[in-house]
Design a protein around this ligand. Structure first.
Ligand SMILES: [Ca+2]
Ligand SMILES: [Ca+2]
Length: 131
């Protein structure tokens, strides 16, 4: 038999503090609890945004303008970072078509906001949201 009693003693923005009394086969053990509070959700999202920006800059910095993605840079980013979401990224026709659909001003380079549309589309698809 297993039972657990949780007693919350204090919580702040980042953590919930308390004690957990776990009883297994009549033997009780007490543990101090320090559990990340709801804040965790926000931190995970911030980390995701930071990753997107960092990766964009890394790939955009390889040639030409360091703040935009050339077709080559875009192809490398998609092939290595989004292999399960964008199939056949090694096919130049797939990259041409995808890049064309994102490059709003048709200058052959993707700014972060042009690139961001792809993330939005992939995220909507992943979540099953209508577009
Ligand atoms: Ca570039
Ligand atoms: Ca552009």
């Amino acid at each position: 038999m297993f039972s657990a009693d949780v007693c919350i003693s204090r919580e702040d923005e980042a953590y919930i503090f308390g004690e957990v009394m776990v009883t297994v086969k009549g033997q009780s053990s007490q543990y101090l609890l320090r559990h990340a509070a709801l804040q965790t959700q926000k931190v995970i999202m911030e980390a995701a945004i930071s990753t997107l920006v960092t990766q964009f800059k890394t790939y955009a910095g390889k040639d030409g303008s360091s703040s935009t993605l050339s077709k080559d840079e875009f192809q490398h980013l998609v092939a290595s970072q989004l292999p399960n979401y964008v199939k056949n990224a090694s096919d130049p026709a797939v990259i041409d078509q995808l890049m064309g659909s994102l490059d709003e001003n048709n200058d052959g380079e993707l700014t972060f906001s042009e690139f961001w549309q792809l993330i939005g589309k992939l995220a909507s698809k992943q979540g099953g949201f209508s577009q």
